[in-house]
Design a protein around this ligand. Structure first.
Ligand code: ATP
Length: 364
């Protein structure tokens, strides 16, 4: 999700000269808003940015007063801005939420250990209790171990499947009602496009849902569904938020990377393109004859699965038997189109869904 060009460099947004803000008409414009190209001042940018997220939360009834909510916190820009903005809005609009930071330590030396240090600082900065769950504790394997066993080809498959379940397990320990993640509008547009490119109609039908997993143990929602990545970066920059901006050292950049670049090109020509792709995804209608996944629980670990054994258990079995490729491979998607378990890490939607195979179930 990170765009190195935007995020890594942490360049200040271009200066606006002496023009006045088109919203307040009083202060000097400090930036051109990526979503609308309006020239506005910082203060007005904060207001519109936060208000749009508030509207998304209210219009979609994301929370109920009294909810315990875990923020999936990776230390990256999206989840850091989410933690900051959600705690601000919770106070300002009296949502009545009990917020927690929930981090998954995948065991990636030189990456996750450093980003978790950021989350630990966020815990203090935002006054939100932090829970960390690790692959090592849950599965007996770190990603470093897994990469040693399987190499760099299918490693993201393991990571995506394990992370999803690890978030559920952490959320169960925290006894929360919901998990929120920092998936933003660019991520969702990208996933719509990828599902079209793959002809994966079943996943296309649900990848734009703002809340998923309502039939599972703990629903997940994406308050940044309509928030542009560029604006998240700008917000973090202006607010001087403390976040970690390095790409995962094991994450290759294949098919999804092309989709991402394509969307960035479209955005350059027409900023609305991102919202329009999401809208198209929302408005697709799935034929009633398309077979949809049936969800149950894994016979072994009891977590959600649409097969007898969940994907995490199948993958773990392979690792423990010295056959790490056991659970990897081409599986038939619901659409009848093979999903190839292609690696990369827009781990959430794609990896998990392509790996759930025939009965792939929930998306972030
Ligand atoms: N290790 C983790 N622990 C907890 N939550 C995570 C973790 N990794 C990802 N997430 C959640 O999933 C969302 C999408 O993650 P992904 O890795 O796809 O994108 P990202 O750009 O790295 O996100 P971020 O900027 O928040 O790091 C994150 O915003 C976060 O809410």
């Amino acid at each position: 999700m990170d765009s190195a060009a935007i995020d890594g460099a942490r360049q200040p947004p271009a200066r606006m000269g002496s023009r006045l803000c088109t919203r307040c008409g009083e202060r000097k414009a400090a930036l051109k808003r990526p979503k609308t190209l309006e020239q506005i001042c910082r203060e007005c940018f904060y207001v519109v940015f936060e208000d749009e997220i508030h509207r998304t939360i209210v219009d979609n009834n994301l929370f109920n007063s009294g909810d315990r909510v875990a923020i999936g916190a990776s230390g990256g820009k999206d989840s850091t801005v989410l933690a900051y903005v959600l705690s601000e809005l919770n106070r300002r609009h009296k949502y009545g939420l009990d917020l927690f930071l929930l981090s998954v330590d995948e065991g990636i030396t030189g990456y996750r250990d450093d980003s978790l240090e950021t989350v630990k600082r966020n815990e203090i900065q935002y006054g939100l209790p932090l829970k960390i769950v690790s692959y090592k504790d849950l599965y007996g394997w770190t990603m470093d171990d897994i990469v040693k066993a399987i190499g760099l080809k299918n490693n993201c498959t393991f990571c995506g499947v394990f992370r999803r379940q690890a978030l559920d397990r952490g959320a169960a320990l925290l006894k929360v009602d919901k998990i929120v993640t920092g998936h933003n509008a660019d991520d969702i547009a990208e996933t719509v496009l990828l599902n079209i490119l793959r002809g994966d109609i079943a996943r296309l039908s649900r990848c734009t849902f703002i809340t998923t997993g309502e039939d599972g143990p703990i629903p997940r929602c994406k308050p940044f569904k309509y928030t542009y990545e560029k604006e998240i970066v700008m917000y973090a920059y202006f607010k001087k938020l403390d976040y970690f901006s390095t790409e995962c050292i094991y994450s290759p950049n294949a098919y999804r990377g092309f989709a991402r670049e394509f969307i960035k090109d479209l955005e350059r020509m027409r900023p609305r393109a991102i919202l329009d792709i999401i809208k198209s995804g929302e408005n697709f209608r799935i034929s009633t004859t398309t077979r949809m996944p049936e969800q149950g629980t894994c016979e072994r670990c009891g977590y959600i699965s649409s097969q007898k054994l969940c994907k995490a258990c199948v993958l773990l079995d392979g690792l423990n038997r010295g056959l790490p490729k056991l659970g990897i491979g081409r599986t038939k998607g619901v659409s009848g189109v093979d999903s190839d378990g292609e690696q990369q890490d827009k781990r959430s939607e794609r990896d998990r869904s392509s790996l759930q195979g025939k009965h792939g179930n929930i998306d972030f």
